[in-house]
Design a protein. Structure first.
Length: 488
């Protein structure tokens, strides 16, 4: 079920919240088990068929992690082999479900060119959330092997992997952030302030999704879908569609992450921050420290640094950056457009590091230079989003052609497509979204809710404003759509 649905907001979450704390008053471990079962139900609501795969993955990785711990008397070579087998099993599972048809289709191009009968596609159904729970468990087993795991109770591990606020679309969690919280008795006692802040963050995330991301997505879908069918948008339409998607993906994914953080805080558990106003970045390096922070951290700790990071010379540093971003791009989707998107960001990062090396790591710049670097960074990110969203490389090239006037400044304008959002409301939404990208993230703002100040008046006004915002969102729940990152 979606976070932005009637059944979740008015049925599932209230029942889970009440049951969790009612059980937690008497028995914390039983409450953790209840929440784990509720999370499995939440996942099964999406796909009962995929539930055995999730449970099997949990059992396999927990057992492997137990044998990977560096305890006295264990053979180090055997532990290393077991780690390799465990990682291979996780990656093979992920590759099969996510990339089988992509690899076969890529192979078929070569077979067809050689006159050989192509292989049939498997049409494998991608289990929702498999990328997130696989990455979460890979980090866990690697840390078991390194001796970094302290909390080992199975019920807490089950809850760590299946925890419903993050299970479907992240953030990517680390056991050291979560399992100690599940072992803390204070987690299972309700606190009014945590509940208030959590609900505030949830409402703000819900507003991002329903009031901003979804309306912007109408324009983005229209332009990208048209490019996918060979229609060439006008110069203005292409830029409007791409900028709409640039804002849509931010408010869609940031909204989901905010809702996850808010729901979790209501349950007494703090999830890591996943966004920190990334469109205010003045460099690509800074952008990746602010965008999808948990994935960036995972790729750095479990891919870039094990590859050698920047410890083996400048050339190897750029090779490692490119490999990390290429794999990060492929993680997002089984298509060459995602590979190119990752490669483009890898090139951006290499150029950024070269610039810093030339200018000096601690160089200071004037306000005009900072404004220019912000504009360049934003344009680079926006141009890369074309590859991320386009249905094919050909569709991306069509949009790039329109955006850069390669075919002149004519083409099919939005007005000729009879779009339903050709109203002032859409452009107001666009302007509000653009302005909100420049202010602190809603999670930061909500840290001051319900008490923005010590005066009761401010608290009441804040609560009233959030209640009105929630009512506005509820009035639009019937138009809800899935989150963009569900496909990854």
């Amino acid at each position: 079920m979606l976070f932005n649905s009637y059944e979740f907001i008015f049925l599932f979450f209230p029942l889970v919240l009440a049951g969790f704390f009612a059980i937690g008053r008497r028995h914390a471990r039983a409450a953790a088990g209840f929440l784990g079962c509720a999370s499995l139900f939440f996942y099964g609501w999406w796909s009962v068929e995929a539930l055995p795969l999730l449970i099997g993955s949990i059992a396999f990785n927990y057992t492997s992690g137990s044998w990977l711990l560096p305890e006295p008397g264990r053979n180090e070579r055997a532990r290393k082999y077991l780690l390799m087998v465990t990682l291979a099993a996780n990656l093979t599972l992920l590759a099969f479900f996510k990339y089988a048809d992509f690899f076969i289709d890529s192979l078929n191009h070569g077979l067809t060119a050689s006159g050989i009968t192509p292989l049939p596609l498997l049409h494998v159904v991608l289990p929702i959330g498999i990328s997130f729970y696989t990455f979460t468990q890979i980090a866990y087993v690697v840390d078991c092997w390194a001796g970094k795991v302290r909390e080992r109770r199975f019920v807490n591990y089950l809850l760590f992997v299946t925890y419903f606020p993050h299970l479907i679309a992240g953030p990517v969690l680390h056991h050291a952030q979560m399992m100690p919280q599940f072992a803390d008795p204070a987690t299972y006692r309700p606190q009014g302030e945590r509940l208030a802040r959590g609900l505030a963050i949830f409402v703000l995330g819900l507003a991002k999704k329903i009031l901003l991301a979804d309306p912007l997505g109408q324009c983005a879908d229209l332009v990208f879908n048209a490019a996918g069918t060979g229609t060439m948008p006008s110069f203005a339409s292409a830029w409007l569609g791409v900028l709409a998607y640039t804002l849509q993906i931010y408010f869609d994914f940031s909204g989901y992450s905010d809702m996850a953080i808010g729901l979790s805080l209501c349950l007494g558990v703090q999830l890591p921050l996943n966004f920190d106003t990334p469109y205010r970045s003045t460099s690509i390096i800074d952008f990746w420290r602010r965008w999808h922070i948990t994935l960036s951290t995972f790729l750095r700790d479990y891919l870039y640094l094990p590859l050698g990071g920047n410890r083996r010379g400048e050339v190897r540093r750029y090779v490692n950056l490119m490999l990390t971003m290429l794999i990060g791009g492929l993680w997002h989707g089984a298509a060459w457009t995602f590979v190119l998107w990752g490669g483009l960001h890898g090139a951006y990062l290499a150029v950024n590091h070269l610039w810093r090396r030339w200018a000096g790591e601690s160089a200071t710049f004037s306000a005009w230079v900072r404004a220019t670097t912000w504009l360049i960074t934003f344009l680079c990110v926006t141009l890369a989003w074309v590859l991320f969203r386009a249905s094919s490389i050909e569709a991306a090239m069509t949009l790039y052609g329109s955006m850069f006037g390669a075919h002149g400044f004519s083409g099919a304008p939005l007005a000729e497509w009879k779009v339903p959002f050709q109203k002032a409301d859409f452009y107001k939404t666009f302007a509000v979204a653009a302005l909100l990208c420049a202010v602190p993230d809603s999670v930061v703002w909500a840290r001051h809710v319900p008490g923005l100040a010590s005066r009761r008046t401010v608290t009441v006004l804040s609560a009233a404003a959030l209640l009105l915002l929630f009512a506005w969102c509820v009035s639009r729940l019937g138009r809800h759509s899935a989150f963009l990152y569900f496909q990854f």
